[in-house]
Write a protein that binds this ligand. Structure first.
Ligand SMILES: *Cc1c(COP(=O)(O)O)cnc(C)c1O
Length: 496
């Protein structure tokens, strides 16, 4: 049975169900599998003959074995990744020219890639509660930069044994994202906007998780805290699947031969998605190099270039808000995997106390063998949206554009021979005003008008989850923001 340990020390061991239930380890660290399971080439070949849900069940089983059965996982994956939930398929690939491929991860219920994990994770948690004999209700707290919140609300709504509260930064999410969350249905959900940026909101949630008095009150009321953020292993493990699946699809469509190496470029915020690609590589998937694409908040680009992670810098609100992050929580897992628990504890302490840390030069060089950080500023994001549409008739959103810019730059400067798989993380309609402005130079005050205009301009249909959003009933007023200090109070008040 696969065991999980904390990135801050190996004393706390738990099973997969335990890790998914708890979210964060007791010492403040993140759970990681004790060993990374290895693929054999035969296995990759056999995955190529399977559907996405079958591939997902096989891969999840490698990480969750002993507790979850393969049959359970297959049943859950068949439902989570059904055509009903993903009408365009879970992870289709678009070809841009000879070597560039785009992995579209936004065909789910909320039109952003978070659905890939959050459609399956509630099922894993539900089973984890049963498997661990839990009688309390899981209280899911989410800090979101926009997409996670909606995807978690959709995934967890009306799930037995679970309650969910989502906090988002009032100035850090788009109008459509706000509307999506404000109109959320379900009897076990609530949504709040918080004064400040995403890091403020995320820190607020982290503090609540770490507050022993709060945990005590919860216990008395029959609840316990759990997280749906990408620090939860249950979020990360389903993301490994689509890298293996995409590789199989590239083999099947003749873009590569089995065994050929590819490069992967991921538009990055919290470092979850790209870390999943790293896990796929560690499992033995032929990935040559990983490009970590950032926007104007390029703390990770600097980290990979200099070895210094420095969050004390201006925070910019950009047109790719889901990547406006200065503390990339999942980087801690990479540090653990490459430098060990002791070093991770020390680096995380420095980050907390000084707002920065420096890894040693040997480690930086080692990381650079696998990762290159690149970034794309606002002007280049706009230009990439325009040129990608002109050159390939391919419409992409702002986050995807950041990735595509870095992918093409990497191909030009370092490696034009291998196939580059660049990840597309949101539907262009989720960020329609920016996309429309970048294509035409015209601006819209109202996001919904922009959506319509973009549809008329490009004839690419608005995805079903986003159409008609303005007519839905507002349940959670986006204007009623709370202060960060009041987050815990708000949670406790809702627990009755
Ligand atoms: C969450 C998100 C990202 C960043 O993903 P991480 O796993 O946090 O690095 C990028 N683009 C979109 C659209 C997102 O929703």
């Amino acid at each position: 049975m696969m065991q999980y340990v904390s990135t801050r020390g190996e004393s706390e061991r738990t099973t997969a169900a335990g890790a998914i239930k708890k979210g964060l380890a007791g010492d403040g660290g993140l759970f990681v599998p004790e060993e990374i399971p290895l693929l054999h080439e035969d296995m990759l070949t056999s995955l190529c003959g399977m559907t996405y849900p079958q591939r997902a069940a096989k891969i999840l089983y490698m990480y969750l074995d002993g507790e979850y059965t393969e049959e359970e996982l297959l049943a859950d994956c068949e439902d989570a990744y059904s055509r009903k939930r993903f009408p365009g398929g879970p992870a289709p690939i678009a070809a841009l020219g000879e070597k560039l491929r785009v992995l579209e991860l936004w065909h789910g219920p909320t039109a952003a890639f978070k659905d890939m994990a959050l459609q399956i994770m509630p099922k894993l948690l539900s089973r984890a509660l049963v498997k661990t004999g839990e009688s309390r209700t899981a209280y899911i707290l989410v800090a979101t930069s926009g997409d996670t919140g909606k995807a978690a609300l959709e995934g967890y709504r009306d799930v037995d044994g679970v309650r969910i509260t989502v906090f988002y930064p009032v100035d850090g999410v788009s109008r459509v994202q706000k509307l999506q969350m404000a109109t959320q249905e379900g009897t076990n959900v609530s949504v709040h906007s918080v004064v400040g940026n995403f890091d403020d909101t995320q820190n607020g949630v982290k503090q609540i998780f770490a507050d022993p008095a709060a945990a005590q009150v919860l216990q008395e009321k029959g609840y316990f805290f759990s997280s749906a953020n990408s620090i939860n292993w249950g979020r990360l493990v389903p993301q490994i699947v689509y890298y293996l699946s995409a590789y199989c699809d590239l083999v099947n469509d003749g873009s590569i031969r089995m065994g050929d190496e590819i490069n992967v470029c991921v538009p990055t915020g919290n470092f979850g998605n790209i870390l999943a690609a790293y896990f796929a590589k560690k499992m033995g998937l032929p990935i040559h190099h990983l490009v970590c694409a950032s926007n104007k908040n390029h703390v990770l680009t600097d980290f990979f270039a200099t070895g210094v992670y420095d969050r004390s810098r201006p925070f910019y609100t950009t047109t790719s808000p889901s990547m406006d992050i200065l503390i990339s929580s999942n980087l801690e897992r990479l540090l653990y995997l490459t430098a060990g628990a002791e070093e991770t504890v020390s680096l995380m302490r420095q980050l907390k106390e000084n707002g920065s840390y420096r890894i040693d030069e040997k480690l930086r060089v080692r990381l650079n063998h696998r990762f290159t950080g690149m970034y794309c500023d606002e002007d280049r994001t706009a230009e990439t949206i325009r040129t990608t549409y002109e050159k390939y008739k391919y419409l992409c959103d702002t986050h995807t554009a950041v990735g595509l810019y870095c992918a093409e730059k990497y191909m030009k400067e370092f490696d034009g021979n291998r196939v580059m798989l660049s990840v597309s993380t949101a539907s262009p309609y989720k960020f329609a005003p920016a996309v429309y402005r970048d294509l035409t130079g015209k601006t819209f005050e109202n996001e919904l008008d922009a959506m319509q205009a973009l549809e008329e301009l490009t004839c690419v249909p608005v995805p079903a989850p986003l159409s008609g959003i303005a007519e839905r009933r507002i349940r959670f007023d986006p204007e009623a923001s709370i202060a960060r200090e009041d987050m815990l109070k708000t949670v406790l008040a809702e627990m009755n």
